[in-house]
Design a binder for this molecule. Structure first.
Ligand code: 13P
Length: 335
């Protein structure tokens, strides 16, 4: 087995999943503002370090995606943050895109930037201990979007990014996120997500990316959050599986869903159903940001010194999602 495939399986195999703790400073500031905590580098590290020292880091979390600020920070016991994460048996990863910017030619849509100088930044992150990376392309659904231009240009960027990451011996997470904001139906989400993912793989193949050494991070198939036609969790699971089955080449070892604004419970419940119904060989796991951290952040904001209490809340969510990644979760385990 290739080294990259091996790392991918260590990150999301055996029910393990990914903690996406790579919020940019401005996003993290919004999250901290919401719970009335001042957004300083020290507070951002304190919250994150509390999570990174949780027991679920060994049992449930195979990888942690970091932001540039965090990967360079030093923990309270003077360890480099990536070393701290590795010491718990989890893999450190890093977000390497520099954000979604207005797409010239279709100014209501976004293109993710960050390719210039990426090879040198990757070497730096690799030397800091990163084993995998993330790049997120983002697509909105309206009557006219996502446009072909948006689908093509983001796929091209994701492929160029992935090729550079593998050249530097790290596993690229390929994240094309079709947003749930809007009035669109689940059918439209299914069609657009299928088109987006297929185009990504066309480009990955063109750029000679080793498909065994990537992790796909897609959205689940949902009706838009303003749609009147919401579908059941079972339908979400079925449509998500159908979409991935027809759009993802079989060489890909695994898929780790983003939560994308679903509640903690909904993210867990849908992942569980996906695994119960999964007849493919793909691992179906999680790479959640909000759906892993929301309750822990709320608790922590009121009890900043109570790391054990915060860890208990986080461990519970991680455990629930790890069970869901094996189709072994049930609602009564939540209490
Ligand atoms: P959410 O699970 O909060 O959508 O975050 C995942 C992520 O990494 C988005 O890029």
């Amino acid at each position: 087995m290739s080294d990259l495939k091996n790392i991918a399986l260590e990150i999301i195999g055996n029910g393990k999943g990914i903690l996406a703790a790579d919020e940019s400073t401005s996003t993290m500031t919004k999250r901290l503002d919401d719970v009335n905590v001042k957004s300083t580098p020290e507070n951002r590290l304190l919250f994150r370090e509390t999570l990174f020292r949780s027991s679920s880091m060994s049992d449930c979390i195979g990888g942690v995606i970091l932001y540039d600020e965090t990967i360079k920070q030093i923990s309270s016991d003077k360890k480099k943050v990536p070393e701290l994460i590795s010491s718990f048996g989890s893999h450190p990863g890093i977000k390497v895109d520099t954000g979604a910017k207005i797409l010239a030619g279709s100014p209501d849509e976004k293109i993710t930037e960050g390719l210039d100088g990426l090879r040198d930044r990757l070497k730096e992150y690799y030397n800091l201990g990163a084993k995998f990376t993330k790049w997120r392309g983002v697509y909105s659904i309206t009557k006219t979007y996502p446009s072909k231009l948006c689908i093509y240009s983001n796929a091209h960027a994701l492929a160029r990014y992935s090729a550079l990451v593998q050249e530097c011996n790290m596993v690229p997470i390929v994240e094309p996120e079709v947003l749930m904001d809007g009035e669109h139906s689940a059918k439209e989400c299914f069609e657009k997500t299928s088109e987006v993912i297929k185009k990504c793989f066309d480009e990955l193949i063109l750029h000679k990316v080793d498909l065994e050494g990537i992790i796909l991070k897609p959205n689940m198939i949902l009706a838009g959050n303003k749609s009147k036609d919401q579908i059941s969790n079972e339908e979400v699971a079925k449509l998500t599986l159908e979409c991935l089955k027809k759009s993802v080449p079989t060489e890909v070892p695994g898929i780790a869903f983003l939560s994308g604004g679903q509640s903690e419970l909904q993210s867990t419940e849908n992942l569980n159903l996906i695994n119960k119904l999964n007849t493919t060989n793909f691992i179906m796991s999680y790479s959640y940001g909000r759906a892993l951290q929301q309750s822990a952040l709320k608790f922590w904001s009121k009890n900043i010194q109570d790391s054990k209490g915060t860890q208990k809340v986080f461990n519970h969510r991680a455990k629930m999602n790890t069970l869901a990644a094996q189709g072994k979760w049930s609602k009564n385990l939540e209490n």
